[in-house]
Ligand binder design. Structure first.
Ligand SMILES: Cc1cc2nc3c(=O)[nH]c(=O)nc-3n(C[C@H](O)[C@H](O)[C@H](O)COP(=O)(O)OP(=O)(O)OC[C@H]3O[C@@H](n4cnc5c(N)ncnc54)[C@H](O)[C@@H]3O)c2cc1C
Length: 308
């Protein structure tokens, strides 16, 4: 029997998180790990707890903005430990580290629909569940969920569908301290050709309207009630507005893009400028959809509408 590696041997110190996020900005994780199985994940979580260090779970890294100073504690990727799926009739038990587009395609091959909407969302299942990822017509992952398996401290729990609340781009899993390990999703039978045709259409519509070739984090702001953040930002004349190397996309005003040289501070400054300009023009406060990952206090864009 080979000895298990020590937890320290599973950790990489000062791993740049810009390598692991779609926005490609920000500093290092104090420690980074990609455990190969649940047992290693459990040992790393216990080590972090015993060391008094926070544990951050990274999914696809498509919805986080990492501070330039980086992140204190341990960042774990579940890509390997929770990277498998298994179909059983119309259900799929899927690990939290599986990427949505891969899952949508695997379902399509089996003539199972329901995940067509997810083909262009570059998140992992765990990240998608905590934000109830979905698209503008109302389809979202929460509607497919039968149960969610989580790590709660060192205990495994299965939350049934009615124990999880899914709302617009959030859920009761968010900031709950629970680590999502897997979920059971209920799909529906549909001819593979139909599913694939719809997925092609959805991807073409995205390619025509979203600047996804370079670094970005998808929608930077949540849609305000009854409106679209992109429409409002564009109407405020902010397309092309820049701060440092970050700019508001000319293609879709709710995307912030850069050529690889922006800092997190540039993105934060631009977010503040957009919020202020929209507030002055429309008396409307845009809340960030992207999540701040940093050790110090969250910067101004996450403070909520200023008083007065
Ligand atoms: C080009 C582009 C297009 C996008 N389009 C859409 C869209 O159409 N619709 C949409 O809803 N979103 C969209 N997004 C945003 C993003 O893809 C989703 O929010 C996605 O669900 C985030 O998943 P993630 O795995 O990347 O999460 P991450 O960015 O890795 O993490 C986000 C949060 O989830 C937490 N988390 C991740 N995994 C777990 C886990 N296993 N257990 C507990 N917490 C976890 C993290 O700790 C973090 O707090 C887009 C992003 C990009 C870059």
């Amino acid at each position: 029997m080979t000895a298990e590696p020590s937890v320290e041997a599973l950790l990489t110190a000062d791993e740049p998180l810009s390598r692991h996020t779609y926005l490609r900005v920000g500093g290092p994780a104090q420690y980074f790990a990609t455990p190969s199985d649940r047992r290693q994940l459990g040992r790393i979580a216990a080590w972090a707890h015993a060391s008094g260090l926070p544990l951050h779970v990274l999914g696809g890294g498509s919805n986080v903005l990492v501070a330039d100073e980086g992140v204190t504690g341990v960042v774990v990727s579940l890509r390997d430990a929770c990277g498998a799926y298994e179909f059983d009739g119309k259900r799929v038990i899927v690990g939290a580290g599986v990427m949505l587009p891969a899952l949508a395609r695997a379902a399509a091959e089996r003539g199972l629909g329901g995940l067509e909407f997810a083909v262009g969302i570059p998140g992992a299942v765990g990240g998608a569940l905590q934000s109830n990822a979905g698209i503008g017509d109302g389809r979202a992952i929460g509607a497919l969920v039968r149960n969610v398996e989580v790590l709660d401290g060192d205990a495994l729990r299965v939350l049934e569908r009615d124990e999880v609340v899914f709302e617009y781009r959030t859920s009761s899993l968010r900031h709950s301290g629970l680590i999502v390990l897997s979920a059971t999703l209920e799909l529906n039978e549909r001819p593979a050709a139909e599913i694939e045709a719809e997925m092609r259409e959805l991807l073409a519509a995205r390619a025509a309207t979203q600047p996804t070739a370079g670094p970005n984090a998808g929608s930077i702001f949540r849609n305000p009630e009854g409106d679209y953040a992109g429409r409002v930002i564009e109407a405020a004349g902010l397309k092309g507005r820049a701060a440092g190397a970050a700019s508001v996309s000319e293609l879709h005003a709710n995307f912030i893009v850069h050529d690889g040289s922006a800092t997190a501070a540039d993105v934060v400054a631009l977010m503040s400028e957009v919020q202020q300009a929209v507030l002055e023009r429309f008396e409307l406060w845009l809340e960030p959809e992207v999540e701040w990952w940093g050790s110090a206090e969250r910067p101004a864009p996450w403070h909520g509408r200023p008083a007065g």
